[in-house]
Design a protein around this ligand. Structure first.
Ligand SMILES: Cc1cc2nc3c(=O)[nH]c(=O)nc-3n(C[C@H](O)[C@H](O)[C@H](O)COP(=O)(O)OP(=O)(O)OC[C@H]3O[C@@H](n4cnc5c(N)ncnc54)[C@H](O)[C@@H]3O)c2cc1C
Length: 436
């Protein structure tokens, strides 16, 4: 049953198992490490095994022929885009493309509603919700880098004509849930995802903002790209009942290694290969993106039609880009594939369960990873796995503190190295200048 997935720290928090459980025996809750996990009520469970059939971490559900191909997925057309309506572009995470597409689908009567994310004040964490009005959809703009049970919410509203905004794991879970019945959301709008984090990242960043102890967060943006607050890629933005805080983006970037989810370190599906389209930030694409732009790949005919129709209807601006440019910007090769290679090797070495089945060819590929990269990756995996499986709040605190200490030791080492290398760099600079 699904416990075997959570006991191996492999739960993505998507909630598909809770969504299909006929006995309502599964609920999604945060564990001590702040990760969203499936919890089973043994008294209700009838051990039918349905939960495993929809789980993107059950190894029998996904087999990879080659890792390089699996990471890429299909590619019909790609480009750079943004919402035509100024307010949407400003409120959006990148260029507001996802929100603009949802609005086009709603206005043209192609969907009844969409599954988006919002900040839940009660839980002080993001929550997947069903949005059926323009204001609700716009209220969901922006990216939440902590987990939410998107697949559970989508399955709850499966009788509606739905567009679901989903990460790779969530989109895969929905695909598995539809197997056999032919059910599928009308549209799956994928997001590029290099990993989700524990919800503990939110109070950590609030603490960096020196927020008052009694204040409660009413609105939280991991990255707010509104031009009035510095534009894309955006700083952390917090609104409480008493005040408004901005925290420099470097705090968010640095804190990622403290809170990242173990399962995400094994994921090949950064580019959401089961979506109709996939949207991401314009990383690595030349040009000035401060006003907000989204890179997009159409993966299915339906996704391509949506993009072109929305552009023609004036909801978005779209300019075609070469596939390789987008994949290079997203560092699919070699960073992502090396990450998957390392993850597989680490699981084999440590005797940890692995969430996919690999063909002999894919297994052979994993031998290519550089030794230093593998070593660093293994230590990240050990830390995140222990954090996920912690048995007490004290253990979580101790692990986080040890990771912070190691992080500052590494920073000091790098600083020393930079100082020592300074004369060499100056010498090289002068040599180059003389040659010119
Ligand atoms: C966890 C996570 C990791 C990401 N990592 C990368 C990355 O490494 N590289 C990259 O290029 N892009 C990444 N993205 C995507 C990027 O942040 C933007 O979401 C994307 O570029 C679309 O921007 P937009 O302005 O078009 O979307 P918007 O118009 O702002 O709409 C974003 C939509 O996503 C929904 N959403 C927010 N959080 C989640 C969530 N956790 N799960 C499901 N839906 C959600 C919102 O409710 C909204 O409907 C990530 C996003 C997430 C959520």
């Amino acid at each position: 049953m699904i416990q075997r997935i959570t006991e191996q720290a492999l739960c993505t928090g998507c909630g598909a198992c809770a969504g299909v459980c006929g006995k309502k025996a599964i609920s999604m809750n945060h564990n001590l490490g702040g990760y969203l996990v499936a919890e089973v009520d043994e008294a209700q469970c009838v051990h039918c095994g349905k939960c495993l059939t929809v789980c993107p971490s059950y190894e029998k559900n996904q087999s990879l022929e080659t890792i390089r191909e699996a990471c890429r997925g299909s590619f019909l057309k790609g480009g750079i885009s943004y919402a035509a309506e100024k307010r949407i572009r400003r409120e959006g995470q990148s260029g507001g493309l996802v929100t603009a597409l949802l609005l086009y689908l709603l206005d043209s009567g192609k969907i009844d509603g969409a599954v988006v994310n919002q900040f839940c004040q009660e839980k002080q964490a993001p929550k997947a919700v069903y949005a059926s009005t323009k204001e609700e959809i716009v209220g969901g703009a922006g990216s939440y880098y902590a987990q939410s049970a998107v697949a559970e919410t989508a399955l709850h509203y499966k009788n509606n004509r739905l567009a679901v905004v989903a990460l790779g794991c969530q989109a895969k879970a929905l695909q598995l849930a539809g197997k056999g019945s032919g059910w599928r959301p009308e549209y799956v709008i994928g997001l590029v995802c290099a990993g989700q984090n524990s919800r503990h990242m939110i109070p950590y960043l609030a603490n960096c903002a020196q927020m008052g102890e009694k204040e409660r967060i009413a609105k939280f943006r991991f990255r707010y790209s509104h031009p009035a607050y510095g534009g894309w890629p955006g700083n952390v933005h917090i609104v409480t009942d008493a005040s408004r805080y901005t925290v420099d983006k470097s705090y968010r970037t640095r804190s990622k290694s403290l809170f990242e989810a173990y399962r995400c370190l094994l994921c090949y599906d950064q580019m959401c290969t089961s979506g109709d389209i996939v949207c991401g930030d314009p990383w690595g694409i030349s040009g000035n993106h401060v006003a907000g732009e989204t890179v997009v790949i159409a993966r299915t005919e339906k996704g391509l039609e949506l993009l072109l129709d929305a552009a023609q209807a004036g909801y978005i601006h779209f300019e075609e880009l070469d596939a390789e440019k987008i994949l290079k910007g997203q560092t699919v090769y070699p960073r992502l594939v090396h990450k998957v290679y390392s993850g597989y090797r680490a699981c084999r070495q440590e005797n940890w369960e692995y969430p996919y089945q690999l063909s002999p060819a894919a297994e052979k590929e994993t031998e290519e990873v550089p030794r230093k990269e593998y070593k660093d990756y293994l230590s990240r995996m050990r830390y995140t796995r222990s954090r996920f499986l912690s048995h007490s709040a004290e253990e979580v605190e101790a692990l986080t503190a040890a990771c912070q200490k190691e992080q500052s030791r590494q920073q000091k080492k790098q600083k020393r190295k930079n100082t020592l290398m300074l004369p060499v760099r100056v010498f090289r600079y002068v040599k180059r200048a003389i040659k010119r």
